[in-house]
Design a protein around this ligand. Structure first.
Ligand code: F0G
Length: 359
């Protein structure tokens, strides 16, 4: 793959769509940051895969470039999704690029501002559904089954074919070695399934000689996968009224539950929950210690890492990659609420000097 432009299409031989139909905004090839300050504190070797650097600010673009390419191949006219926000932002942008009609269902009042702005601005027909994500997805799926539109939620396997390249890239970023563990937030459970598919494919191809322990983190108020894992179950029992400040992962009935649990069990991985407070603390920690700004759901991976280090699930000296899935600016309200307001002062040099010196 060397010598090719660093987008996910550098792996095009491994992605089962027609190359002549590609709809792309140059997604993938995201930063892989070594985080020594945080890693040393926890006694591990830590890297962070920064998926907020994708074109619309989340990992969803990887799935959407492939899903939209498939839509073009199939010759559909209308695409749709239900979303906690990022999928809709990404779908709206890629549908605009492809010239297709785009319908999105969002849980009313529970979508972060930046994501809503993106979906609307790229020209999607946005409907605010009186209900949560799970209900919105059920309605959207019913319309897709009636053939009104092509569904581009992660139940669509082509979405996962794009997102599996996060796994490819992590192995490549580590010079064709597997980390001991990959930690990521889990909502609808597509991404953990996709990354596991990616690392397994490259392991089976002989590019690396081990696989990572897939470790999924959920919010305490929306944790059906962790509940199932702790009971050694193969399927989740849905959580009726999921609730968390990390609205991206406010999901009670994940569609890829079976695949996600298989990924965790097969890789000897783990699943844990974190509280909203732990999520917000981790979001600030990553921003202030390492300069990486992520949205709350993404910080769940860092919060989970800290908890698993404390619990002794993550061993000292482990090589860990945390996937941070979306950009800080996706949810500006939560970021502003977590900070003290700026001081209001005149542009008077004497006053300003005094303030600085008093610090
Ligand atoms: N992180 C972010 C920032 C997300 O937007 C999502 C999912 C996840 C993690 C969880 O990934 O669903 O594959 O387990 N967001 C979806 C959406 C549900 O509609 O944007 P998952």
């Amino acid at each position: 793959f060397d010598g090719r432009k660093d987008t996910l299409w550098k792996f095009k031989e491994c992605i089962p769509v027609d190359e002549s139909k590609i709809v792309s905004l140059n997604e993938g090839g995201t930063p892989f940051c070594k985080c020594d300050k945080l890693g040393d504190e926890l006694g591990i070797n830590l890297h962070v895969k920064v998926e907020g650097s994708n074109p619309t600010g989340s990992f969803k673009d990887r799935g959407m470039t492939v899903g939209m390419t498939k839509a073009m191949e199939l010759g559909v006219h209308t695409v749709g999704c239900a979303s906690t926000g990022n999928t809709s932002a990404s779908l709206a942008a890629y549908a605009a690029r492809a010239g297709l009609r785009c319908i999105v269902f969002l849980p009313s009042g529970k979508v972060a501002l930046g994501k809503l702005a993106q979906a609307m601005f790229h020209g999607a027909e946005v409907m605010s559904i009186n209900g949560n994500f799970d209900e919105a997805l059920e309605a959207m799926t019913a319309l897709a089954l009636e053939k009104h539109l092509y569904l581009l939620n992660s139940i669509n396997p082509y979405r996962l074919e794009g997102q599996k390249t996060i796994g490819y890239e992590i192995l490549r970023d580590l010079s064709w070695q597997s980390p001991d563990r990959i930690i990521l937030p889990v909502g609808n459970a597509g991404n953990i399934s996709a990354i596991w598919k990616g690392v397994k494919e490259f392991y089976e191809a002989g590019f690396v000689d081990s696989v990572p322990m897939m470790t999924g983190i959920q919010a305490e108020g929306a944790c059906p996968v962790t509940n199932a894992f702790k009971k050694h179950a193969d399927r989740v029992v849905p959580v009726e009224n999921p609730e968390t400040i990390a609205t991206a992962i406010r999901i009670g009935a994940p569609v890829s539950d079976i695949k996600a649990l298989r990924a965790i069990y097969e890789s000897d991985g783990y699943s844990e929950t974190v509280s909203d407070e732990e999520i917000l603390d981790a979001q600030k920690l990553l921003a202030r210690k390492e300069g990486i700004g992520v949205e709350p759901a993404s910080a769940a991976s860092i919060a989970g890492l800290k908890k698993l280090c404390d619990e002794g699930v993550v061993d000292k000296g482990e090589t860990v990659t945390c996937v941070v899935t979306g950009h800080l600016l996706k949810d500006p309200n939560t970021a502003i609420d977590a900070c003290t307001k700026p001081k209001q002062v005149d542009a008077d040099i004497d006053t300003l000097r005094k303030i600085l010196m008093n610090k």
